[in-house]
Design a protein around this ligand. Sequence first.
Ligand SMILES: [Mg+2]
Length: 380
Amino acid sequence: MDRVTALADTIERLDLWHLSLPVVSRRDHGIGSVGGAVEVVVVRLTATGGATGWGEAACWSVFTGTPENAYAALDRYMRPAVIGAPVGDIAGVMARAERAVAFSTDAKAALETALLDLAGRGAGVPVWALLGGKCRDAIPLSVSLADPDFEADLALCARLEADGVRIVKLKAGVQDHAFDVMRLDRLARDFPALDVRVDYNQGLRPDEAMRRVRDVDARGPAFIEQPVRADQFALMRRLREATATPLIADESVFGPEDMVRAIREEICDGVSVKVMKSGGPRRAVAVAKMAEAAGLSAYGGDMFETGLGHLAGVHAIAAAPGITLGCEFYQAKYYLAEDILAEPFPVEGGMVRVPDGPGLGIAPDPDKLARFALRSTVAA
Ligand SMILES: [Mg+2]
């Protein structure tokens, strides 16, 4: 059990682990493939008195950045912004971290999550209470289908249905269009009760995007996500105007600054909100509020995260009424060979349960950190 800390106590230690975590299968996405293992960086802050707070940077080199970058950003460049700061000075620490390092949203997400976890434990309240309070107790879970072996994904769908999961997202735009259409038609035939979404992860070329997206649009998925490159705002807008299916922006919108532009240029009907893109739970909630104010829908996305990274997103979604399309926190239960949390990440009946304990509600198991570490910087 963690010791209680006062918000005026100061942070005296920052420890880091770079983990390599085995996964159960290969996954293909429009921007790249993942297989064998995924790598994350875990940070632990310790306050005078001994209380701790945990956070995770879930990195992907083709999306947010590399684990080596996140590790160095935290270890060398953000450490001076943290050490000696009062536990409750979350906004101050993050403002200094923002000035110390450009980009590196995954490292900033790890730091802010750890600050919120520590402050929540100090105040005896959940992180969602520090983000404005809770509007839901459970979040519908969506699981992504990206196995190049579609038969394996069909077997996963049978398992998901038995577990009560009602939403899947098909990763498309990697192989040819016929493969995507075949999978969509097969899912509609074999799993008619599943809500099917489509995510291209920027995979379509400009010259093919309109035809392929309109063809998928005719099949009526729940939404179509990021068909083209993140910076192709004008093409995103044209695709949105040409289709009846809601178009969702993911890679085009990292933080509130991108959301301003996405709203102004009308590129999407909804947005994927991710703590790892926005640079922390507070900015993720800000993106969700902006989307809601502009009349856009939102869901809670993830990277290749452990249950620790998922928890940061769960508390943000709990505090963001506009995130009505569920979450994708499936890695801990359905993709990692073994998660790092000391208790199972809370998924039941296709819903992620929002923890009510102090801080994030669950902490990592230190033995697992030691077992999966490629390297660590832990003070004696
Ligand atoms: Mg996506």
